[in-house]
Write a protein that binds this ligand. Structure first.
Ligand code: ADP
Length: 608
């Protein structure tokens, strides 16, 4: 990770330049200083040696004979390791530690000699043909008063000086290299110490960006970087808390929206879906996951939805509308309420649409309207008939007794019909105002069924119908109300009697299969066509109105049966073949859970 830290390498590159630059400059200065110093020292040595030589050469240079000079010069030179030369003022060499002076050139024009002639000393550096190497020469004049007697010269091969300087330079370079290497190493670790917290902070920041808030930075230092780390940690903590609140709020909103019965769609200003709950998606036939981010007009084929949303944004006001959505042959009525959405600065940010499925409401409304119209019609018919008959009798006071008897008979019939109607209407209204579980008690289903049979047996006999019953000998407890059960049995039996021609057969059976108790009324009557079977339990629905009226029917009997059964947790079913007969079954949940008793045919008592 440090290898990839660009800051580390930037810092380090600057540092390396600084260290290497200063090491080079220091090295150069040091080595130059040492070199100068060494040359100066060599010069001083040569000067001291020359002064020594001057003392030895004094006599010979004064013009006196000194045959031992050459020997002493050679001896001194050999011991000190310096070449000595004694030169007369005219340039003639009179002694030399390395060579026979007789074979040497005139040295009067040598650079160091010429320099020494006019001053205190003269130096020169050059290649010596005599010794065959580069030499450093130093000559000093020998004077007696103002009179120049000659020169003494000391010289050293420069290779010695160079070698020594080389050694010193090597030491300087080595020192500089070691010091630089150490500085670079320390520098690397220092730079790393600066960049390491930054690298860690970067990683932590990236983790936070990725949604991880659980790994605070480890603070190791107590300096500005440590302060930055602490500030960073507290920032993450605040961010985490804020994020939690946001996520919590969002989840709450999503939970509320998704548990709503209403559909909700929110769009932004460009009509792109921001949110859509599952109810709305189902209503408008969209895919909730794929719709988000798409334009509403592309997400659904229901044009009224997108139109209402654009209108509410265009007009910036709440709008209400109702639409019909047909999908898969299913027709639904949807009430839509659209409101503009505003941001914090009260600018238009989009719109929200609430969809309410009012199909059931509309259906119930239609049924209610139908019901009221039906009741009015049903009531009006007998009342009009009675009124007509009565008015005729009033207008004709001398009416024949036979005719007036007939009139009174018909009035009586219509009155009975009115009574039936009012009784049934009262039963329906009672059923509707009753809440499901109220007034329930344990009732032995055999009791209301037997009562009903007793009441209707004479009718069956008079109509020439054969009535058979199959009622078990053990009780059949049902949780319900006796009156309701009686109404069920009465209506089913009454219908079987009404719609079965003379000579037909009717069976009334009770059965217990353990989990349910069933009342079955079968007849060999006129039967019901398939197309009417589904609607036969609706209020006022009749296959043949005229026949029903003639037979004293109200069209409410089966509706009462169905509602009573439902109120007691039961269900109704019908099997019928036109011209052959019908079987009506009402099943109630058994109120006494126990293993199903055997119910062979022998258990049924039969008779009429
Ligand atoms: P109604 O008072 O007209 O008999 P119901 O609600 O009891 O009203 O019955 C509705 C209609 O169902 C009847 O008008 C009749 O057409 C038909 N229906 C009911 N029971 C039978 C049956 N056992 N056989 C044939 N049709 C029946």
């Amino acid at each position: 990770m440090f290898v990839r830290s660009r800051l580390l390498w930037k810092l380090y590159a600057g540092y390396v330049t600084l260290i290497l630059g200063s090491a080079f400059i220091i090295g150069a200065f040091v080595s130059r200083g040492i070199e100068r110093d060494s040359i100066a020292r060599t010069r001083r040595n040569l000067e001291a040696e020359a002064i020594l030589l001057r003392e030895i050469s004094w006599k010979a240079l004064s013009g006196e004979r000194d045959p031992s000079l050459q020997g002493r010069v050679e001896d001194l030179g050999g011991r000190i390791g310096t070449r000595f030369t004694v030169i007369r003022s005219d340039g003639v060499v009179i002694a030399d530690s390395e060579m026979d002076p007789a074979r040497m050139d005139n040295h009067g024009d040598r650079q160091e000699v010429r320099a020494a002639r006019g001053g205190e000393s003269g130096t020169a550096t050059r290649f010596s043909d005599t010794v065959g190497m580069r030499m450093m020469y130093l000559a000093i004049p020998v004077r007696r008063g103002d009179h120049l007697l000659g020169f003494v010269r000391a010289s050293l091969p420069l290779t010695d000086v160079d070698r020594r300087l080389g050694q010193i330079r090597a030491v300087v370079v080595l020192t500089v290299v070691i010091a630089s290497a150490l500085a670079l190493l320390i520098g690397f670790f220092l730079a790393r110490r600066v960049t390491e917290p930054l690298v860690r902070m970067t990683r932590a920041a990236m983790a936070v960006a990725g949604g991880e808030y659980d790994h605070p930075l480890e603070i190791l230092s107590n300096d500005e970087v440590g302060d930055l780390g602490r500030a960073f940690n507290s920032m993450i903590e605040q961010l985490r808390a804020r994020m939690e609140t946001i996520v919590l709020d969002r989840n709450k909103v999503v939970a509320i929206l998704s548990s709503m019965v209403e559909g909700v769609i929110a769009v932004d200003r460009s009509e792109k879906v921001l949110h859509i709950n599952s109810v709305a998606a189902r209503i408008i036939g969209a895919d909730a996951d794929r719709a988000v981010g798409r334009r509403i007009s592309a997400a659904t084929h229901v044009r009224t939805v997108s139109e209402l949303l654009s209108r509410t944004m265009r007009e910036v006001r709440d709008l209400t509308s109702e639409t019909r959505v047909v999908s898969g042959g299913d027709e639904r009525f949807i009430e839509m309420k659209a409101s503009p959405l505003r941001d914090r600065d009260d600018r238009l940010a989009g719109a929200v649409l609430v969809l309410h499925d009012v199909t059931e409401l509309r259906r119930l409304e239609a049924i209610r309207k139908d019901f009221v119209a039906n009741i009015s019609h049903e009531l009006k018919t007998p009342v009009t008939a009675i009124r007509g008959l009565v008015e005729t009798m009033i207008d004709d006071p001398e009416m024949e007794p036979a005719r007036s008897r007939d009139f009174l008979g018909r009035i009586n019939e219509q009155t009975a019909r009115l009574t039936n109607l009012v009784t049934d209407l009262l039963a329906v209204s009672r059923l509707e105002s009753k809440d499901g579980a109220a007034d329930r008690e344990l009732v032995d289903l055999r009791v209301p069924v037997r009562e009903s049979l007793e009441g209707l047996l004479p009718v069956a006999r008079s109509k020439g119908l054969h009535l058979e019953t199959g009622i078990p000998e053990f009780p059949l407890p049902v949780s319900g109300d006796a009156e309701g059960l009686r109404q069920i049995a009465d209506n089913l039996l009454d219908n079987a009697l009404k719609y079965t021609p003379a000579g037909g057969k009717i069976w009334v059976r009770l059965r217990d299969d353990g989990s349910a108790v069933t009342l079955e009324v079968e007849d060999t009557g006129i039967g019901i066509d398939k197309e009417h079977q589904a609607r036969i339990f609706e209020r006022f629905y009749r296959v043949d109105k005229a026949r029903s009226r003639r037979l004293g029917g109200t069209g409410l009997g089966l509706a009462i049966v169905k509602h009573q059964a439902l109120a007691m947790g039961g269900s109704v079913s019908l099997e019928s073949t036109p011209g052959a007969g019908s079987v009506f079954r009402v099943r109630f949940p058994s109120a006494a859970p126990r293993p199903a008793p055997p119910s062979p045919p022998s258990l049924f008592e039969s008779g009429n």
